[in-house]
Design a protein around this ligand. Sequence first.
Ligand SMILES: [Zn+2]
Ligand SMILES: [Zn+2]
Length: 121
Amino acid sequence: MEEVKQVSAAESEKLQGIISMMGVGEVKCDKCGKPIRHMERYCSNSRECYHESTVFNSIAELNTHFVEAHSPEQPRGARYCTECSIKTGYLRMVRNKKTGEVFPAMFALRDEEIVEEGNKP
Ligand SMILES: [Zn+2]
Ligand SMILES: [Zn+2]
């Protein structure tokens, strides 16, 4: 994790349980209902119930909740499309300093910088 920069303690706390993924096949955003397109960057809050947005302290707690509240559904975290991820703060726009390419990511790596709000190209 030594490549991770520009992340405060509060931010890393907020990002607990957040997994950043690429869309494959037919998945839908649990927040806005928009389909997540193939190869679109999206996030999953692996500890949030997608039915009622309750966040648990551990994946084990989420699994127990599913067994009790949503059985026999398969437990899974809540999906956030790119837009909802940016709104929630799970993703931000990052620019590659060398290529100038701008894309959504959880962290800025070496040779990348966060594109600040109002500073978009
Ligand atoms: Zn969404
Ligand atoms: Zn639930």
